[in-house]
Ligand binder design. Structure first.
Ligand code: ADP
Length: 450
C-alpha cells in the first residue's frame, strides 16, 4: 500500500522528517502556519498546506485544521514531531477516529503516560524502579498526607498528576510547609491542568537526568537504544545532551531497560518512546515517559546507527521492527548542543532576519537545522534553530569536535546561545562528566551575582 505523510510540525524537525520520507520514498505534505509559508523547508517540500494563522493555538495546535489538511491532501499518516500536539491523546484519537495513522503510540498509551500517577503505577507493576512516593493519588485528609510524607522522608516534592513542562510541582523541606504546599499545588493543578489530583515523591537533591530510548512495533517486538544524559539544563530546558551517560554502569542500563520494554508490552506501546529517570547514588528512578520523538534523538542515532525517524515511519506503516536487541550496537560518544535564537544573558528569544549563516562541517559532525541566510526567525515559536551533534570514538574527542564546530559556526542577525555552549565545552565539571541537573543553573546564578 502506498502512503503519504502529513508533517504536523515546523523548523528543524520538519526537515528531519522530510529527510526520512525521502529515504523511504514516502511522499510528504508539509503543514505550515501563515508565519512559516515562506520558509525554505515549506517551499521545497513535496507539497505544503497552510493550516492557519501564526499563533500556534490556531495552527500547529489546531486539531481540526490538521485532520482536515490530511484529508484535503490525501495524506493517510500524520507525524507530530516533538512539542505541539505530539503528546496530545485527543489528537492521536482524532486521527485514529478518521481511520488515519498517527505516527506514534495508540491514544490510550499517551493518555496513560500523560497521567503521572497512572504512569508511576504502570512502572511499578512492570518492575521499573520509581522514586519512593505515595502509592497513588494523595487523599484529601491532611493528617493522612502528613503520614505519607513522614513515611517517604523529607524533603518531598508534591506533584500534579496532570502536570507537565516543569509546572505543577512544589518542594517541601519540612512538615510545617506541607499543608500550604499541598493546597497551593492542588489549586494550581486544578486551574492549569483541569485535574486537582496530586501525588508525592521523595525529593532528590543532587540527581542527574538520565533517559532510555525504546522502539516497539506493537507486534511484540521491542528494543532499547541505550541511554542519554540530559543533566545540563536551564529553567528545566535541556541545553546539552549526550550518549551514553558518563559513568552510568552498562549493567544497570540493561537491567532497567528490560523492565521498560516489559512496561511497553503491558500497555501495548508502539513507536519510539523515552523513559526519563533521575540518577542518584548509582540508582535510576523513573520520573516520566515521553511518548514521542525527542529533540535529542540524534545523539542516540550517532552511537547506534539506528535511524529513529525511519523506524517510527516503518512501524507506523505496520512493518515489524526487524531489529533484535543483539543487533543494536553502541559505538563511541555523541554530544548535542541546542542552538537557540536567544539573548545569551537574558535567555529572551531573539527573532529576526539571519544575515549570515555558515554551519560547521567536519569529521563526526551532524547539523540539524532549518536556518539559511535571509531566513526570518519568527517570534511565535520555540527558539531552537539548530542542533550541532558531534560524535567521536570517545567523549574527549566528541567534546573537541564540538568545540571546533561551535568556533566555526558563523551566524549573524540573530543572537544565539553559542557563546554559552562554547564556555560549557571548556567547563571543568562538564568535561569531567556526571554534573547534576542543578549544576548549570547554580553556575549561572553564581556568575550573575559575582
Ligand atoms: P514535567 O513533566 O513537568 O517535565 P517531571 O516529573 O519530568 O515533570 O519533572 C521535571 C523536573 O523536575 C525533573 O527533570 C527534575 O529536574 C525535577 N524533579 C521532578 N521530580 C523530582 C524529584 N522527585 N526529585 C528531584 N527533582 C525532581
Amino acid at each position: 500500500m502506498t502512503h503519504k505523510l502529513l508533517i504536523a510540525n515546523r523548523g528543524e524537525i520538519a526537515l528531519r522528517i522530510q529527510r526520512a520520507c525521502r529515504k523511504l520514498g514516502i511522499p510528504h505534505v508539509q503543514a505550515c502556519s501563515q508565519a512559516d509559508q515562506e520558509a525554505r523547508y515549506v517551499r521545497e517540500a513535496d507539497q505544503s498546506i497552510c493550516i492557519g494563522p501564526a499563533r500556534a493555538r490556531d495552527s500547529y495546535l489546531n486539531i481540526p485544521a490538521l485532520v482536515y489538511a490530511a484529508r484535503a491532501t490525501g495524506a493517510d499518516m500524520i507525524h507530530p514531531g516533538y512539542g505541539f500536539l505530539s503528546e496530545n491523546a485527543d489528537f492521536a484519537a482524532a486521527i485514529e477516529a478518521e481511520g488515519l495513522i498517527f505516527v506514534g503510540p495508540p491514544a490510550s498509551a499517551i493518555l496513560a503516560m500523560g497521567n503521572k500517577v497512572r504512569a508511576r503505577q504502570a512502572m511499578i507493576a512492570a518492575g521499573v524502579p520509581c522514586i519512593p512516593g505515595s502509592p497513588g493519588p494523595l487523599p484529601p485528609d491532611a493528617g493522612e498526607i502528613r503520614r505519607i510524607a513522614q513515611g517517604i522522608g523529607y524533603p518531598v516534592i508534591v506533584k500534579a498528576s496532570g502536570g507537565g513542562g516543569g509546572r505543577g510541582m512544589r518542594v517541601v523541606a519540612t512538615e510545617v510547609e506541607l499543608d500550604d504546599a499541598v493546597a497551593l499545588t492542588r489549586e494550581e493543578a486544578r486551574t492549569a491542568f483541569g485535574n486537582p489530583e496530586l501525588y508525592m515523591e521523595r525529593y532528590l537533591t543532587t540527581p542527574r537526568h538520565v533517559e532510555l530510548q525504546v522502539l516497539c512495533d506493537g507486534q511484540g517486538n521491542g528494543v532499547h537504544l541505550g541511554d542519554r544524559d540530559c543533566s545540563m539544563q536551564r529553567r528545566h530546558q535541556k541545553v546539552i545532551e549526550e550518549a551514553p551517560a558518563p559513568g552510568v554502569p552498562r549493567a544497570l542500563i540493561e537491567r532497567v531497560a528490560a523492565r521498560c520494554l516489559d512496561a511497553c508490552k503491558a500497555m501495548g506501546y508502539r513507536g519510539a518512546g523515552t523513559f526519563e529517570f533521575l540518577y542518584e547514588n548509582d540508582e535510576l528512578f523513573f520520573i516520566e515517559m515521553n511518548t514521542r520523538l525527542q529533540v535529542e534523538h540524534p545523539v542516540t542515532e550517532m552511537v547506534t546507527g539506528v535511524d529513529i525517524v525511519e523506524a517510527q515511519l516503518r512501524i507506523a506503516m505496520g512493518e515489524p521492527l526487524g531489529l533484535t536487541q543483539a543487533d543494536v550496537g553502541f559505538s563511541g560518544h555523541a554530544i548535542e548542543c541546542r542552538i537557540n535564537a536567544e539573548d545569551p544573558a537574558t535567555m529572551l528569544p531573539s527573532p529576526g532576519r539571519v544575515s549570515e549563516w555558515q554551519p560547521p562541517a567536519g569529521e563526526g559532525l551532524r547539523v540539524d537545522t532549518h536556518l539559511h541566510e535571509g531566513y526570518e526567525v519568527p517570534p511565535h515559536y520555540d527558539s531552537l534553530v539548530a542542533k550541532l551533534i558531534a560524535h567521536g570514538p570517545d567523549r574527549a574527542t566528541a567534546i573537541a569536535r564540538m568545540e571546533a564546530a561551535l568556533a566555526a559556526t558563523r551566524v549573524a542577525g540573530i543572537a544565539t546561545n553559542i557563546p554559552l555552549q562554547a564556555r560549557l565545552m571548556r567547563d571543568a565539571a562538564f568535561r569531567a562528566g556526571g554534573a547534576g541537573i542543578n549544576y548549570l543553573e547554580t553556575k549561572m546564578k553564581a556568575e550573575a551575582g559575582a
